[in-house]
Design a binder for this molecule. Structure first.
Ligand code: HEM
Length: 194
C-alpha cells in the first residue's frame, strides 16, 4: 500500500494542480519540446527536465501525500525555544504540511503554488521545511522510485494531453484523509494535443 497509494495520490494532486495552473503546465510542455523533438524519454532526457523536477518538488511541498510521521524519544529532552519538557517514551508528531507552509522557512509565500521557487529564492530552503518523504534513518525507502514514476508519467502525459480546469463544481480540490491525504474533487478536462 505505501508503494502505490502514496504515489498515485501525488499524481492526483499533480493533475489537479497543473489543471489549475495552466502557466505551469505550458512550461512543462515547453521544456519537453525544447529537450526532445522526438518524444523519446531516455534517462538522459528525463535528467535534463529541471523545471519538471521543480514542479514535482512543489506538488510534494504544497500537498504532501502523508500528513506526517512519528518519532519516539529514547531519552528525556527539552525543546530549545519553548523549553517544553519531553520525556523518554513520548511520541512526537512531525506534521509535514505545517512545515511546508510555515512562512518562517520560505522566502516566497508558501501559500503560493510556485514551482520556480526551487530555482531561485527558495532553492536553499531549510532542509526540514519540506520533507514529504520524512527524514533520517527511517525516511522513505521508495522515494527515488516514487520521484522517477512521477516524472516519467507526468512527462509522458504532457507530451500528449493538456489538462483543463473542469470548473468550480467538480475541481475544487479539498481533501479526504485515508492512508494518504487525497484530493476529494479532481474534475479535469483532457484535451489531446495535435
Ligand atoms: C510520493 C510517494 C511517497 C511518499 C510521499 C512517501 C512517504 C513516506 C513517508 C513520509 C515515510 C515515513 C518516513 C519517516 O518516518 O521519516 C515513508 C516510509 C516508507 N516508504 Fe514511502 N512514500 C512514497 C512512496 C513509496 C514507494 C514507491 C515505496 C516502495 C516502493 C515506499 C516505501 C516505503 C517504506 C518501506 C517505508 C518505511 C521505511 C522505514 O520505516 O524504514 N514509499 N514513506
Amino acid at each position: 500500500m505505501v508503494g502505490y497509494e502514496t504515489t498515485s495520490t501525488a499524481l492526483a494532486w499533480m493533475i489537479h494542480l497543473i489543471s489549475k495552473y495552466p502557466r505551469v503546465q505550458q512550461k512543462i510542455k515547453a521544456e519537453l519540446i525544447d529537450n526532445n523533438a522526438q518524444k523519446d524519454l531516455s534517462l538522459e532526457r528525463l535528467d535534463s527536465l529541471v523545471y519538471l523536477d521543480c514542479v514535482i518538488n512543489e506538488v510534494l511541498r504544497f500537498s504532501p501525500p502523508g500528513d506526517g510521521t512519528f518519532r519516539t524519544l529514547t531519552v528525556d529532552d527539552r525543546l530549545p525555544e519553548s523549553g517544553a519538557q519531553l520525556l523518554a517514551g513520548d511520541q512526537v508528531l512531525i506534521p509535514f504540511i505545517n512545515l511546508s507552509r510555515d512562512t518562517r522557512y520560505w522566502s516566497i509565500d508558501p501559500e503560493l503554488f510556485y514551482p520556480e521557487r526551487f530555482l531561485g529564492e527558495d532553492k536553499n530552503h531549510h532542509p526540514y521545511a519540506s520533507i514529504p518523504f520524512g527524514s533520517g534513518h527511517r525516511q522513505c525507502i521508495g522515494q527515488d522510485l516514487a520521484r522517477f514514476e512521477l516524472k516519467v508519467i507526468t512527462a509522458r502525459l504532457m507530451q500528449y494531453v493538456t489538462f483543463g480546469d473542469g470548473g468550480p463544481q467538480v475541481n475544487v480540490g479539498g481533501h479526504i484523509q485515508s492512508m494518504t491525504i487525497m484530493p476529494k474533487h479532481v474534475g479535469v478536462t483532457i484535451e489531446f494535443d495535435q
